[in-house]
Design a protein. Structure first.
Length: 463
């Protein structure tokens, strides 16, 4: 059998495309309009409606809920957040520690709500294991581990080669770091369950309703305009499609493959009994999970960016990208050289110019937004949604400030990306540099990070 390429994602292939909801029937009004039916939008609707049942909340989704990154990601529910180091520099270490603690707690919050709402999303809390397999990666791993401890992760552990192999037998792994603040999820099952819970609360969800323009108190669509005191933009990698937003967040492309189900003898050889989410310390890093039906779903960067901030439609992935991801799979687990890749797909994530996730509510216009998760959105979207809830309630006089509204990512301002072709050239060059650095580190066996990657980080604004 050949690889199923596209079709949105493997997750939809296994759980099915949802029955379509009706589009917006015409002009309407609401108390809050949420643009985007992914994790951020649905979590925001969920928490707002739970906190203030009297609010009229409308969600507008261009295709169907979970069509974007929420239905295509790697299923990593973990405590990573984009921009923490920068927030420490801008607001102080303790402020960033509070942000990290909030992210640690967010993993448990998602698991709690899934249980409370009877959402069966194949959640397994095995933590996150990130491995190193070159001397340079090992040095970065140790520095990363020390940094996480400094930001309050006292329960994170550093593992040697033997301890790593006792968890997962990654070929050539010389060390790893593990945190309990992570879980594997089936992202579409979580999304569908959340959407159902939102509708059960009385939130109105319109699909096949693209918002073409957001302006104060107006969300404009081809079917009519919805007016509300608060318009919340929750569009992540698809933000560039909105009028005036093409350079706000860059839609970074990420690709994935899934193997056919693997038999007991293969798992005996690999290990991975703890079903940790698995990553590495390469510059062009990978991420993987052992699925509930015993496949390996593995992702990384393929074509990182399309000229003009264009986004794909059905997730179809180039053959060269599929082969590159297969090579990573076999590098990690050589015994899988003959295993069939059953599915391949791609999607986009939102990247701000300074690589910092943000949550904002402009009190003068009622416009709010959250995103820029840089690939860490499964959990971060939940924290962002609870923060948007608190900001709206504070602004409308329903409640005062909270611990969440005081976090350093609130109302953080980011400059726009460069115009084309500089944007395209910069991203293509950055990832070419990262891949070259990874190849050099594999061949040279030096402990120092390759200088090409260091230069790319500096130019990209990542450090």
């Amino acid at each position: 059998m050949s690889t199923i390429n596209g079709g949105i994602s493997f997750w939809y292939a296994t759980d099915g495309i949802p029955a379509p909801r009706e589009p917006l029937p015409g002009d309407a009004t609401a108390d809050v309009v949420i643009v985007g039916g992914g994790y951020t939008g649905l979590w925001t609707a969920y928490y707002l409606k739970k906190a203030a049942p009297f609010l009229s909340i409308t969600v507008l989704e261009s295709r169907f809920c979970g069509y974007g990154a929420s239905g295509r990601n790697g299923g990593w529910l973990y405590n990573g957040i984009a921009g923490r180091d920068r927030y420490a520099k801008l607001h102080g270490q303790e402020s960033a520690v509070r942000l990290q603690r909030a992210m640690n707690d967010t993993v448990g919050e998602v698991v709690r709500v899934a249980g409370e709402e009877s959402i069966d999303a194949d959640i397994h809390q095995g933590g996150v294991l990130e491995v190193a397999y070159t001397p340079a990666q090992l040095e970065r791993l140790k520095a990363f581990h020390a940094a996480e401890i400094a930001f309050g992760e006292k329960d994170r552990v550093l593992l040697g080669a033997r301890e790593t192999a006792e968890r997962v037998r990654v070929s050539g792994a010389v060390g790893a770091t593990w945190t309990p603040h992570g879980a594997r999820v089936h992202p579409v099952k979580l999304l569908k369950g959340l959407a159902a819970a939102v509708e059960a609360l009385g939130v109105t969800v319109y699909e096949s309703t693209p918002v073409t323009e957001i302006r104060p108190r107006h969300a404009v669509t081809p079917y009519g305009t919805v007016r509300a005191p608060y318009i919340l933009r929750c569009t992540e990698g698809f933000t560039a499609s909105l009028k005036g937003q093409r350079r706000a967040w860059l839609p970074m492309n990420s690709s994935m493959i899934a193997t056919e189900p693997l038999g007991p003898e293969v798992w005996e050889a690999i290990g991975w009994a703890g079903r940790e989410t698995l990553g590495d310390m390469a510059h062009a890093y990978m991420y993987a999970q052992r699925t509930a039906d015993d496949r390996i779903a593995l992702g990384g960067r393929g074509v990182p960016y399309r000229f003009g901030s264009r986004t794909d439609n059905d997730g179809r992935t180039r053959a060269a990208t599929v082969e590159a991801l297969r090579e990573i799979l076999v590098r990690f687990f050589p015994q899988l050289a003959g295993v069939r890749v059953s599915h391949a797909w791609s999607g986009v994530l939102g990247v701000p110019r300074d690589w910092c996730a943000t949550v904002t509510l402009d009190r003068t216009t009622g416009l709010g937004w959250a995103g820029g998760y840089v690939g860490s959105g499964v959990a971060t979207a939940n924290l962002a949604a609870r923060t948007l809830r608190d900001l709206v309630r504070q602004d409308s006089g329903q409640a005062g400030g909270t611990e969440l509204t005081a976090l350093p990512w609130v109302n953080h301002k980011v400059r726009r990306w460069e115009p084309e072709p500089l944007r395209w050239l910069g991203v293509q060059g950055m990832y070419a540099a990262y891949r070259a650095a990874d190849r050099r580190e594999l061949s040279r066996h030096r402990a120092a990070t390759d200088r090409i990657a260091t230069l790319a980080d500096r130019i990209a604004g990542r450090h």
